[in-house]
Design a protein around this ligand. Structure first.
Ligand SMILES: Cc1ncc(COP(=O)(O)O)c(C=O)c1O
Length: 382
């Protein structure tokens, strides 16, 4: 099997699962309990928080644990809206955000908030000047993703951050769910970025884990009210084993990051070189440094993306249409639509998403599968 669907989810690493199991068995106390089993579990949570903070060059008190990327995005956006609604009701985002951001914005619009959606160019990039032009006196939040999950475009976060230096009260949120281990940490740590969302299952941690970075001094309202965990910001008994496993997975993800990024770039390039020899192959992702190393979205003229996904599945290659979420719902790709791609062409898009554990050998096997699948479709065309 060749697993090329890493943007949908990654395979949990065996050593990470070992950590999960050990912590679940040996540190099962509730971190809020007063006895020493509680103390031991709390120590694991705080040690993991410290490790994650160090890895992303933040302070320990700037990391809050969540259950997934969707929760992090919802929390930061709704939490800003609730905390800052007295100062303004205007939010800015883009037309290519993941539904976790897009649909949260839609909910806020129904509640009377005003949202500006910044368009992208035909390659999938936001123009920072458009963000500047959209800022108003009543703007409370700018939310722009780091790496687009459908085509891999890396958004100009640092440039937008520079613009926001002149708007110190506006919260700046970056959805970094597709960005962990992809060589963009310096960009994410621009001093003007206030909030980041991460999701554990995108970097080999177990499902049901995630964290946000919230810059010291920035305040959002809790999404989950209750027993007051996470300094009263995110109630719910901490997922101690998941948190410890996620900290380990993040450490392993950042180990030797540059070499892993270079390997993914090389595999992507190899695949592009091969498939570009064929007529009717259209690329939506670019190969330059402004595209993340792991995402490659393309189409084979006129054949529906889901048909291609299943044809490759028959060859033992697993991938998605443009995103795992839109695959099942059959929804049109919102990013390709925002890029002004013709809807027929957009329907034929499929996404290869790589990770550090993919190899050049797998790329070669993929190419053989591609030749076979392509020949099959070509026969049908004739
Ligand atoms: C950019 C982006 N944001 C948010 C999410 C949602 O993350 P999760 O699946 O952990 O809820 C995803 C998932 O694919 C994503 O790609």
């Amino acid at each position: 099997m060749i697993y090329f669907d890493n943007s949908a989810t990654t395979r949990p690493l065996p050593s990470v699962l070992d950590t999960y199991r050990t912590v679940a068995e040996d540190f099962f106390g509730n971190p809020s309990s007063l006895h020493n089993l509680g103390d031991r579990a709390r120590a694991v949570v705080e040690q993991s928080r410290g490790q994650i903070a160090q890895l992303i060059r933040a302070k320990q008190n700037e990391i809050y644990f969540t259950s997934c990327g969707t929760e992090g995005d919802n929390w930061i956006i709704k939490g800003t809206a609730m905390a800052k609604r007295k100062f303004g009701k205007h939010l800015i985002t883009t037309t290519i955000e993941h539904p976790a951001v897009r649909n949260t914005m839609k909910q806020l619009e129904e509640l009377g908030f005003d949202v500006t959606y910044i368009p992208v160019d035909e390659r999938g990039f936001v123009n920072p000047a458009d963000v500047k032009a959209a800022l108003r006196d009543d703007t409370i939040l700018v939310s722009v993703m780091a790496v687009n999950n459908e085509v891999g475009s890396i958004q100009p976060i640092a440039e937008i951050g520079d613009i926001l230096e002149d708007y110190p009260t506006v919260h700046f949120h970056v959805d970094a769910v597709q960005a962990a281990g992809k060589g963009v940490l310096d960009m994410l740590r621009h001093p003007r970025v206030d909030f980041l969302t991460f999701s554990g299952h995108k970097f080999h941690a177990p499902r049901g884990t995630g964290f946000i970075y919230a810059k010291e001094g920035r305040v959002i309202a809790p999404l989950l009210a209750g027993g007051g965990q996470e300094k009263d910001w995110r109630s719910g008994t901490e997922n101690t084993p998941g948190i410890a496993a996620m900290a380990k997975a993040l450490r392993l993800t950042f180990d030797d990051e540059a070499a892993k990024v270079a390997r993914q770039q090389a595999i992507r390039e190899e695949i592009v070189q091969h498939v570009q020899q064929f007529d009717h192959v259209h690329m939506f992702s670019g190969l330059g440094k402004d595209f993340a190393p792991h995402i490659l979205t393309m189409s084979i003229g006129g054949v529906r993306g889901e048909t291609i996904v299943h044809a490759f599945e028959n060859e033992g290659v697993y991938m998605s249409t443009t995103s795992a979420c839109s695959s099942r719902s059959g929804d049109e790709s919102s990013t390709l639509k925002a890029m002004n791609v013709d809807s027929k062409l957009a329907e034929s898009a499929f996404r290869i998403s790589l990770d550090e554990d993919n190899t050049m050998e797998e790329a070669k096997q993929f190419e053989k599968a591609f030749d076979k699948v392509f020949a099959g479709f070509n026969r049908m065309r004739k």
